[in-house]
Structures are given as structure tokens and as C-alpha cells.
Design a binder for this molecule. Structure first.
Ligand code: SF4
Length: 316
């Protein structure tokens, strides 16, 4: 991983041109979601602390904002769960005092059961929590949470957050084939989402490589049926379409292919090799997988990318 805590602006399906900010090092998270696109969590935690100081984050961000960029959002998220950074409220305040670019927080919502976390997020313009399970057993299967996390308390935390937060809440539900993709489950989700009263509900599915190999995509048609059940705030955000190509994209693809020609690499390897943030690289890897230039391998619990057609020692 690079020492650069600011990445982008990168095009985001939900946030337009988003300037990303890392609040925790790779990969500090309270979950180990089976669908995580940045790879497995080595050790889940719910310990809040100043993983990266607000001073360091804000000084990098202010420097970046001096360049001629105008993102649609400054997005706190990145390499893990941002609410684990105990200085998140100061970081939001520091950004708001410096720029009028709206602040978004991408969170798994697990710490909403903590009143302090709910208050810490109140300065943000948009909060985008995940909510992938409508009951405890599905929660354990999909999110594989740290011990100490309780589905009922998190759901109640979400209800409490809505009561005190005046900004927009855009809830994301990640649908995994064979786990939470039945109409009866979606009806259970609706009982919760009615209580959370989000401004938008975004349905996503595994259109990118995932931490576990056997996480399968749900069709767009099925997601559209689920949207109807969830009501008019719900929309599909999974991108089933191919990204368009342009000149600079071609050059970047070439650099990545050159690396992968030598050996299969993890996202962290590519990030270290090219000096770019992992989330930026993911934007390029996704169309390369669609175009079958590269493929994903899962070896001993890690995700590797390799040039399509290359035979690795583990496959031969
Ligand atoms: S998807 Fe988000 S919440 Fe889940 S493991 Fe990855 S970083 Fe953590």
C-alpha cells in the first residue's frame, strides 16, 4: 500500500467523481465480508482509535485540494471501515471548514450501535451504510463480523441514527446468490428499511472480484424485481455494463499487464508496484476482467490477478 491517503477523483457509480480519503490502514475492518473486493480482513476488530491522525489526513487532503480539481464528493472510506478511526468527527469538521465539496461516508454501519459513532457522523452530508442481512444468521454468513457485534443492536443503531441525522442516508444492500436473494428475504429487508427511512436504497451484487471465490452474481432482472418490493427509493447500482475505453486507460492497462506478465499479483502488490491507491487500481482492473485480459485466482485465502491464459505453479 502507498502512503498516500488521498486517491482520485475516481468515477463512482453512486457518488459521481469522488475524491477518496483513507481513514484506516489496509485492511482494518470490523467485518470480513465474503464479497469484499479489496480482499479478506486478516483480523476483524471493533476497537476505535486514531489509526491515522486527523492532522495527517487533513494536511494531505488540503494539499490535494489546492490542485485544480473539483470532485462531486470527498468520500471517507477506502481501505477498511472509516468509523473505526476515533477522529472521524474532527476530520469531517476539518473538511467542512476548508471546502464546500460535500462529504460522504462509506460505512458498513456496524458501529452504529455506539451512540458516539452516530454523533460523530452527523457533520457529513451523506452517509452510505451497508445492510446486507435481514437476520442474524445471514449476517454471520455474509459479513462474518468481529466478535461483540450483534445484528439486532446494529439494526437498532441504524434506527437511532435516522432520528438524529438530518443529512441523506443512502443504504446499500449487497445481494449474494443463494444467501439473501429470495423474495421472502427481500420482504424481510423491507420491514427494516421502512424503519430506517433511508433517502435511497442501492442494490448491488458481485460484478467485481470478491474475497471468496464462490460469491455469485444475481441477475439485473432479479434485482429490478427486488427494487419493486423495496419501493420507489430502491435502485440497482451494480454496473452490468462494460466501461468505455480511452487513450490513458489503454496506457494504464498496459502497465498493469506488464506487471502481471511476470507473475500473479495481489491488489496490494499492484498498488506498491505502480504507486497508486488500491481503489484507483480497482477501477482499471474491473474492465480488464470484463474484457478477459486478466483473471482472478484465489490461492491460500488471498486474491491474485494474473494475465489471462497464464499458467501458474498452483494450476499446473
Ligand atoms: S466490504 Fe467493506 S465492510 Fe466488508 S470487509 Fe470489505 S471493507 Fe470491510
Amino acid at each position: 500500500m502507498t502512503d498516500n491517503l488521498i486517491y482520485g477523483p475516481v468515477p463512482s457509480r453512486r457518488l459521481g467523481f469522488s475524491l477518496g480519503v483513507d481513514l484506516v490502514p489496509y485492511k482494518i475492518c470490523s467485518y470480513n465480508c465474503i464479497y469484499c473486493q479489496i480482499g479478506p480482513t486478516p483480523e476483524t476488530t471493533i476497537k476505535r482509535k486514531s489509526y491515522i491522525s486527523s492532522e495527517k489526513i487533513l494536511s494531505q487532503l488540503y494539499k490535494r485540494l489546492k490542485e485544480d480539481i473539483r470532485p462531486d464528493f470527498i468520500t471517507l472510506g477506502g481501505s477498511g471501515e472509516p468509523t473505526l478511526n476515533s477522529e472521524i468527527a474532527d476530520i469531517i469538521t476539518g473538511i467542512k471548514s476548508h471546502t464546500d465539496v460535500p462529504v460522504a461516508v462509506l460505512t458498513n454501519g456496524s458501529l452504529f450501535m455506539d451512540e458516539k459513532v452516530r454523533k460523530d457522523l452527523c457533520g457529513a452530508d451523506v452517509v452510505l451504510p451497508s445492510f446486507d442481512a435481514c437476520d442474524e444468521s445471514t449476517f454471520l454468513k455474509i459479513n462474518r463480523p468481529a466478535s461483540g457485534l450483534d445484528f439486532g443492536k446494529i439494526a437498532n443503531g441504524m434506527i437511532e441514527f435516522r432520528k438524529i441525522y438530518s443529512g441523506e442516508i443512502w443504504l446499500e444492500i449487497f445481494i449474494v446468490k443463494g444467501i439473501n436473494d429470495t423474495e421472502s428475504m427481500i420482504k424481510k429487508f423491507k420491514q427494516w428499511t421502512d424503519k430506517f427511512a433511508p433517502d435511497k436504497i442501492h442494490l448491488n451484487t458481485a460484478v467485481r472480484p470478491t474475497a471468496e471465490a464462490d460469491v455469485h452474481t444475481v441477475s439485473e432482472d432479479k434485482l429490478k424485481i427486488f427494487c419493486k418490493i423495496l419501493g420507489k427509493k430502491a435502485e440497482v447500482v451494480a454496473s452490468f455494463k462494460k466501461e468505455t475505453k480511452n487513450g490513458s486507460l489503454k496506457d494504464i492497462r498496459k502497465k498493469i499487464i506488464n506487471m502481471l506478465e511476470r507473475r500473479p499479483c495481489t491488489l496490494a502488490d499492484i498498488s506498491a508496484g505502480l504507486g497508486w491507491h488500491q481503489n484507483e487500481i480497482l477501477k482499471y482492473l474491473e474492465p480488464m476482467i470484463t474484457d478477459k485480459d486478466i483473471e482472478v485466482l484465489h490461492i491460500t485465502g488471498k486474491m491474485f490477478y494474473q494475465k489471462k491464459g497464464k499458467i501458474t505453479a498452483d494450476q499446473s
